[in-house]
Write a protein that binds this ligand. Structure first.
Ligand SMILES: [Ca+2]
Ligand SMILES: [Ca+2]
Length: 388
């Protein structure tokens, strides 16, 4: 009776202190490993716990064999197919080790846990049922979800100068996740190439400033003994603080145009997004031509933007406006170009004589002679020369 009392006290202490899942105590397995250990009997020690592995030490202090069966993750398919040496055990025989006044260390891999029982060899009253030893879980790789303040997705092109990268919390590891390796490939200032920088952070986000250019960030989790997870996804953020440069390359400012005009322009930026082209009557302000907003993610050099048929508008002065923004929404004074031009579709010298030039609002025509000489040098009017 006294013995049972002490066994119960010991059992309560072991269960309370180690939080080991309690093995079944019955007539076949009347004891538990923890009590054997306290009482210097055959037992198993968990020497170390690694990621999905553990080192177990099987110990006998006396001159007869004690045999320990083991299995992982409760997998009954690991049975050998043999009958157990203890006829009271009806679920077969698992792989086992036997020790006789000796100890033996075995490294066992498992997804979640290893179990050990001692049901043959040893003394009948020290046998114990399946006793669980947990292994550490694999470290889950963090995933970078984007940026905060403001919320931006990976790959964002932005004109902000600082941000907070955020990623998911990792789990697993020996002793849990204690922090993250943070690795960034970033643009050096003044366009002098790229640099790499690494640090260790405790929390699953990090705030920092940006340089202009492409930043590529990845993180991985680290546990209390230095195990690391796989790297996360690589997440890019591109800082673009420079507005597009825009130039109308044709027609020239203050030129006289006629017929079909090839409106051309250049738009230069690291990350173009869209431009806007429209032509207005300079006097009324009415829009007479142009596509308006055009999505364009490539820089353009003296590109043809519009064939403008000036014969469809009255002769007079017009304003061509070309403007652009980049993907970071940058725009400054250099991101727009306006050209005033004069449409003159006169075809005959008679039209000069009739005083038509007076109505052109064209300061280049000071008199009828200017009008006539313009016609004579005007490709558009060549056909009319024959008639005059
Ligand atoms: Ca986070
Ligand atoms: Ca830009």
């Amino acid at each position: 009776m006294k013995k049972i009392f002490f066994v119960l006290i010991g059992l309560m202490c072991i269960v309370g202190l180690t939080n080991v899942v309690r093995a079944d105590v019955n007539a076949v397995t009347p004891n538990i490993n923890g009590i054997n250990k306290v009482n210097y009997r055959a037992h198993v020690n968990q020497l170390s716990q690694g990621i999905q592995t553990t080192d177990l030490e099987f110990i006998s202090h006396r001159n007869f064999y004690s045999c320990f069966e083991y299995r992982t993750d409760g997998d009954v398919s690991q049975k050998t197919g043999e009958i157990n040496y203890n006829s009271a055990i009806t679920d077969g025989l698992y792989p086992f080790v036997c020790v006789n006044n000796n100890s033996l260390i075995k490294t066992i891999s498992a997804n979640n846990y290893v179990e050990v029982r001692m049901v043959f060899g040893a003394e009948t009253d020290e046998r114990f049922d399946w006793t669980r030893f947990d292994v550490a879980q694999a470290l889950t790789a963090p995933e970078i979800t984007g940026f905060k303040n403001p919320d931006l997705s990976c790959g964002a092109i932005t004109n902000i100068h600082s941000t907070t990268v955020d990623w998911t919390d990792s789990t697993g590891g020996v002793g849990g996740v204690v922090g993250y390796d943070y690795s960034i490939n970033y643009p050096l200032v003044n366009g002098s190439g790229q640099g790499d920088w690494n640090t260790f952070v405790l929390n699953s986000q990090r705030s920092g400033s940006l340089n202009e250019g492409v930043h590529t960030i990845k993180v991985r989790a680290k546990d209390s003994v230095g195990n690391v997870s796989d790297w996360s996804n690589e997440c890019l953020i591109i800082a673009d603080w420079t507005a597009p440069d825009v130039v109308i390359t044709n027609p020239a400012e203050d030129s006289i145009v006629f017929g079909v005009v090839d409106v051309r322009g250049s738009i230069t930026d690291a990350h173009p997004h869209h431009y806007w082209l429209a032509i207005f009557d300079a006097n009324s302000g009415e829009k007479v031509a142009g596509p308006g907003t055009v999505m364009e993610t490539e820089s353009l050099t003296d590109a043809s933007l519009l064939s403008w048929n000036t014969t469809q508008v009255p002769n007079g002065d017009y304003l061509i406006k070309l403007e652009a923004r980049d993907a970071a929404n940058n725009k400054d004074d250099g991101s727009l170009d306006w050209h005033y031009v004069t449409v003159n579709n006169l075809k005959t010298k008679d039209q000069c004589k009739k005083g038509g030039w007076v109505s052109f609002a064209n300061p280049k025509f000071k008199n009828q002679g200017d009008c006539v000489s313009w016609l004579e040098s005007n490709e558009n009017a060549k056909g009319n020369k024959k008639n005059n």
